[in-house]
Design a protein around this ligand. Structure first.
Ligand code: ATP
Length: 245
């Protein structure tokens, strides 16, 4: 079942084209990876899906409804959750309280249901051991996990991950990869933007490569990474880590 259906999305900032006519779809329980050089338009695409930015043209369908013009809060309530590239938790609040913001204002839950959802999100993200610590005291791995927990607390049916593995050590990656795979296997649709391609390839079912607002290649992850089109996009680029296209 198609969960997200993006058709002909276009977005420019002045002369900078971040999406020319980008189309893709994601099903429930499916993970789509997105790669592309810096400035390709990857994060902007997530902003179009969440409604943080309006599209210039194109249509976004979610669960059969046209959400192209729907406000961001409405999209969150419908089940679109995201993490941000740079974690910005409420530093003075505890880890649990940060998740509670997601379950209360994102998922619209109250009291015990909100508490339970926030706790479940911390469990999935592996953060219960620091539930009462101030978010500002967390090291990078746990800040990334909190970013994930905050998104999970909104009860997403489609989870958008923006470089959730960025900055982590090779030692820290496997647990995060397993967590994302388990979320996908639980039936959530996932879109994962990541420069650490070997991490991405362990989870995603399909891969899309963007460059300057165009879809360069899409399909089987290893075939996409091996394609001449993707190799030429990355020629001489240091953006991809751990994988030679
Ligand atoms: N709000 C904005 N106003 C003007 N230009 C923007 C805005 N947001 C993004 N851009 C520009 O759009 C282009 C695409 O940016 P985007 O962040 O989507 O790329 P990206 O593929 O996510 O890059 P990275 O891998 O470095 O995160 C860049 O040139 C960026 O400077």
């Amino acid at each position: 079942m198609t969960l997200l259906d993006a058709d002909g999305l276009a977005k420019s900032f002045g002369q900078v084209v971040t999406a020319r006519s980008v189309s893709f779809h994601v099903a429930a329980g499916e993970a789509l990876g997105i790669v592309g050089p810096n400035g390709a338009g990857k994060s902007t695409l997530l902003n179009l899906i969440t409604g943080a930015l309006p599209v210039d043209a194109g249509r976004i369908g979610f669960d059969g409804a046209d959400i192209t013009r729907a406000p961001a809060a409405h999209r969150t309530a419908m089940g679109i959750g995201r993490t941000f590239q740079i974690p910005r938790p409420f530093e003075g609040m505890t880890v649990f309280e940060n998740a509670l913001v997601g379950s209360t204002f994102g998922a619209g839950l109250r009291r015990r249901a909100a508490d339970a959802q926030a706790w479940e999100a911390l469990e999935t993200a592996g953060l219960t051991h620091v539930a009462n610590a101030p978010a500002g005291s967390l090291r990078l791995l746990d800040r990334k996990r909190l970013e994930l927990a905050r998104a999970l607390a909104t009860r997403p049916r489609l989870l958008l991950l923006d470089e959730i593995a960025g900055g982590l050590t090779e030692h820290e990656l496997p647990a995060l990869i397993s967590t994302v795979a388990a979320i996908r296997d639980g039936g959530t649709g996932v879109i994962w933007i990541e420069h650490i391609v070997h991490a991405l390839l362990q989870v995603v079912d399909r891969l899309m490569c963007l460059a300057q607002g165009d879809v360069v290649a899409t399909g089987d992850p290893r075939e996409v990474m091996a394609s001449d089109a993707v190799a030429s996009v990355y020629l001489g680029s240091p953006d991809l880590e751990g994988e030679t296209p």
